[in-house]
Design a protein around this ligand. Structure first.
Ligand SMILES: [Zn+2]
Length: 297
């Protein structure tokens, strides 16, 4: 009896080792949820068989502490891992002291709320280069991330900053920049979010072949090692873009980058983590991604 138990455990471990796990979920309350609260959204996410959800605080984080705690309890009970997307109206490179202060305060409050929700990554858009050249923007951003990470650790929070790869050339946040900063500041504090549609749009259609995807994952590994590959936090959607970059999001079946190609390369690199779908049919597409991933195990 005992031997059989040990054997099946070994088999289990073997499988996990060969294929690290991805969690799949929608960017916000699933569209089919009649009740539009985060609590209802977590419940519907669970019923669909998904296991992650990104809380959308994109017009500002206004959740009360009490609601955030309730969200945390439900997510824990249903085993739905939570992340959040911070306000769209942030700019950590703003030359205006008031805008900068507002951005810092909004991110600090978002960190507090996500901590109460029991979530991990605060996904956010870092800001615009404006008149700065890239090296000076990088240096300024480093100081900003460091200060925010300090605030998080001073409060004893477990959340981490997840600056997102942005979809326009005018915005700070290439894969190289964000993972470079993660390496310099520490991957325990900065764990970037890769929006693959943005990677594609930022450079006017950058992801056409498996090699294009590989190059990006090699950048991740170069800066933060294999741990970075095992703990990816990604957004996936089809993308429509102009020469300036991202224009709008599409179904994963209706626009590049090819999601099957992405998943195949993730498998090749032994990637794991969280895949959040930001398409106009987010939960349906998250289910398509999950099915595709399981099919090719
Ligand atoms: Zn975003």
């Amino acid at each position: 009896m005992r031997r059989i138990g040990i054997k099946s455990n070994i088999e289990k471990l073997g499988r996990n080792k060969a294929y690290p796990m991805f969690r799949f979920g929608p960017a916000g309350v699933p569209l089919r949820s009649k009740e539009r609260s985060s609590l209802a959204g977590i419940q519907v996410t669970k019923e669909l068989g998904l296991d992650a959800m990104e809380l959308e605080f994109v017009h500002g984080c206004r959740l009360k502490d009490e609601t955030a705690s309730e969200i945390g309890q439900l997510a824990k009970k249903l085993d739905i891992s939570l992340s959040c997307h911070a306000s769209y109206y942030l700019n950590l490179l703003s030359p205006e002291p008031t805008t900068l202060k507002k951005t810092q305060a909004e991110l600090a409050r978002t960190a507090e709320v996500l901590e109460l929700c029991g979530g991990k990554r605060i996904v956010f858009h870092s800001g615009f280069y404006l008149k700065r050249d890239h090296p000076s923007a990088y240096a300024a951003m480093k100081a900003q991330y460091k200060a925010l990470a300090q605030t998080i650790s001073d409060n004893g929070f477990n959340v981490v900053l997840a600056p997102e790869v942005t979809g326009k050339k005018s915005q700070f946040g290439s894969v190289e920049e964000l993972y470079g900063l993660a390496q310099e500041i520490g991957y325990d504090k900065i764990q970037p979010a890769i929006d693959w549609g943005h990677v594609h749009a930022r450079d006017n259609g950058a992801l056409n072949t498996p090699d294009d995807v590989r190059r990006n994952l090699e950048t991740v590994e170069k800066h933060v090692g294999k741990e970075g590959l095992r703990t990816l936090h990604c957004h996936i959607e089809g993308i429509n873009f102009t020469e300036k970059g991202e224009r709008n999001h599409l179904r994963i079946t209706e626009g590049p980058p090819d999601y099957k190609m992405l998943l195949a390369v993730f498998k090749e690199f032994n990637c794991g983590g969280t895949l959040i779908c930001e398409s106009p049919a987010m939960e349906d597409d998250a289910l398509i991604l999950q099915k595709e991933w399981e099919k090719t195990q």
